[in-house]
Design a protein. Sequence first.
Length: 182
Amino acid sequence: MSAEAAELRAYLKRGGLIAYPTESCFGLGCDPRNPRALKRLIRLKGRSAAKGMILIADHLKRLLPFIRPLRPAERTRVQSGWPGPVTWVVPAAATCSPLLTGGRGTLAVRVTAHPVAARLCRELGMALVSTSANKSGRRAAQTAAQCSRMFGAQVRVIDGRIGTRRRPSTLIDLASGTTLRP
C-alpha cells in the first residue's frame, strides 16, 4: 500500500468522509464499518437513516463480510452485471449495521467499473459507502470543484472525472428480480 493510500485509509478509519467520482456523479463515501462516519454522512446529506446505503467495491470478496453467503446461482446472477453500473439488493449479513441497511434485512451492493472508484477500493483494501454527493433532494455534484464548494472541509475530495452514465446505477432486488431503479 502506498503512503498516500495508507494515510487515506487511516483517515477513513478515524471517521473521515470522502467524495470521489463514480459512473454518473461524484459519490460520498466512508468506511462502512465505522458507525461514527456513517452517522456523519447521514447528517451531512440531511438524509433519512431508513434509506440505507450502497456499498461499492472493486471485487465481490470485499462485499462478502456485509452480505449473507450467496448460493451459486445467486452469485452467477449478480456477477453477470459486474463490474458495472448494476447495484443488487441482497440479503445482509446478520452483523451488518442498520445504518447501512436502513434497518432492513437487505443491503445494496455493487462492484464498480469506474476506474477511480475501483482503484480506491483496491488500494484501500476495503469496500466503500457510495451515496450521491449532494444534500438530500438536490442535484448530485458532477465535479471535484462542486464537491469542494458543497461540503468544504467536511469532506476530502478525490479528484477525477465521472463516467458517462446519465443516471444512477440500475438497482435490482435479487430475491424478486424486480428492477427498483432503471
